[in-house]
Design a protein around this ligand. Structure first.
Ligand SMILES: [Zn+2]
Length: 454
């Protein structure tokens, strides 16, 4: 047999465990896995000493392209997908906000596809939005356009002075939207925080002269995450809509989801790398670059979240890569700063170090939380695992190889990240998309733009 590529000598994470095997690739697909492959190959990569994982499928990424004249300096497709490649992410699911217009119907998703055309270093799947203003055909148009899932906000979001910006749902639009989405068979993913209480507590703290991130965390208490999760589960039972809760930041929220699963509700959840790494007591030393919502909670809660990732109660981990321009983070008042963390480049290395190396996570579970589980949940059938017939998407990891992240390492349009200055104990050595190298420590990120909207 002749292959385009053979990967030799790596510790390869297969669905039934990590093994020292060779992997053969033909026409962008995995075509052979064996102890030793003997056929001819145009290219052979020696992965001696490296872990070969399925490329990350990051199910929560914000690319702000088009910016619509309002957010033009935010993350674009070119830089965002380069950073993905550098971080071992071979595909991601893109959120339907903060681009202008938000992705809420046929016209806006086509505008988005145009903005990304020829600019993708990795593959991109799309979310469509559920907003109060797209219940008159928008949901169906997005289904026809091939979105993999829908996204709604219960927390307040969007700028009402920008026409076409995203908006959080009221209870009626949530209910009606879930009925419509149920008919598509797709999943609704929701940012679950109580808008009314968190807005008001934030307002009061701000008026009282509070400025710290610690006070910001206190203005979004745990029960304001739990209450909307309960409501969403009730709505899911009523409408039959499949449900996913994005970036759960507390165990109490996870507990509600586990209970609902036991009752037979089709509901899953994710958390983000930053909720497994940072903690409240250090946030003010880091500054507004680490502000996000739901907020990062106390150090005492960190290991409980890791336990839930290990035991599968939390289905997978995402970056919620949500960058803005530096001016929006340049304030001493945490309440005034934009909330969002740039993180797509530091999922694989941080999760490998913190999960596998520091907390004895199995390699199988590692591949599951970064790739297999999100690909399955969102129906990305060609992605997420190293198996015959799947896309040849890989990330090669150098274990026990620490480095300190510098701003200039970041491929983002704006080189901001709370991980800057942190020592990370593993490194992404190489990323391969459908059989072609898109990043290596040797060659950097490729200028070829072979990524596709999927
Ligand atoms: Zn997000």
């Amino acid at each position: 047999m002749t292959f385009d590529l053979i990967i030799k000598n790596g510790l390869v994470i297969l669905e039934d465990g990590a093994k020292h095997v060779d992997v053969g690739v033909t026409d962008g697909k995995i075509t052979a896995i064996a102890e030793t492959l003997t056929g001819d190959a145009d290219k052979v990569i020696d992965a001696q000493g490296q872990v070969v994982s399925p490329g990350m499928v990051d199910a929560h990424v914000h690319i702000t392209d088009p910016g619509g004249g309002y957010r033009d300096g935010w993350e674009g497709y070119d830089t965002g997908t380069r950073a993905a490649a550098k971080g071992g992410v071979t595909s991601f699911v893109e959120m339907p906000l903060n681009q202008v217009p938000a992705t809420t119907d046929k016209a806006s998703i086509e505008e988005k596809f145009d903005a990304g055309k020829g600019d993708l270093t990795v593959d991109v799947a799309s979310y469509g939005g559920l907003v109060p203003y797209n219940l008159d055909g928008g949901i169906q148009e997005l289904d026809d356009a091939g979105v993999v899932a829908y996204k709604a906000f219960l927390a307040t979001c969007g700028d009402r002075s920008i026409e076409g910006d995203f908006e959080n749902v009221d209870d009626y639009s949530l209910y009606e939207g879930m009925k419509q989405i149920a008919k598509t068979g797709k999943i609704l993913s929701v940012h679950a925080e109580n808008a009314n209480i968190t807005d008001k507590l934030g307002e009061i703290a701000y008026k009282n002269g509070e400025t710290t991130l610690s006070a910001y965390v206190d203005s979004r208490p745990v029960f304001t995450e739990v209450e909307p999760i309960r409501k969403l589960i009730l709505f899911a039972k009523e409408t039959g809509c499949r449900l996913h809760i994005v970036h759960v930041a507390c165990e109490e929220g996870v507990e509600e989801i586990v209970k609902a699963q036991q009752e037979g509700v089709d509901v899953t959840c994710e958390t983000c790398t930053h909720y497994l790494y940072f903690y409240k007591e250090e946030l003010d030393d880091i500054g507004p670059v680490v502000k996000c919502s739901p907020p990062i909670r106390e150090q005492s809660r960190l290991e409980g979240m890791w336990d839930r990732v290990q035991n599968g109660d939390i289905d997978f981990v995402t970056s919620d890569h949500s960058p803005c321009t530096p001016d929006l983070k340049d304030t001493d008042n945490a309440f005034e700063a934009w909330g969002g963390i740039a993180g797509i480049q530091n999922n694989v290395d941080v999760l490998y170090d913190e999960g596998v190396q520091k907390r004895d996570m199995s390699l199988e579970r590692f591949a599951d939380i970064i790739a297999t589980a999100p690909a399955k949940r969102f129906g990305l059938d060609s992605k997420g695992s190293i198996a015959i017939g799947k896309d040849a998407d890989f990330v090669f990891i150098n274990p026990n190889s620490s480095y300190t992240l510098k701003a200039e390492d970041l491929a983002y349009r704006n080189q901001m990240s709370p991980y800057i200055g942190r020592e990370i104990g593993a490194q992404v050595a190489r990323t391969i998309l459908r059989g072609k190298e898109v990043y290596s420590q040797e060659n950097g990120v490729t200028d070829a733009k072979d990524g596709q909207f999927i």
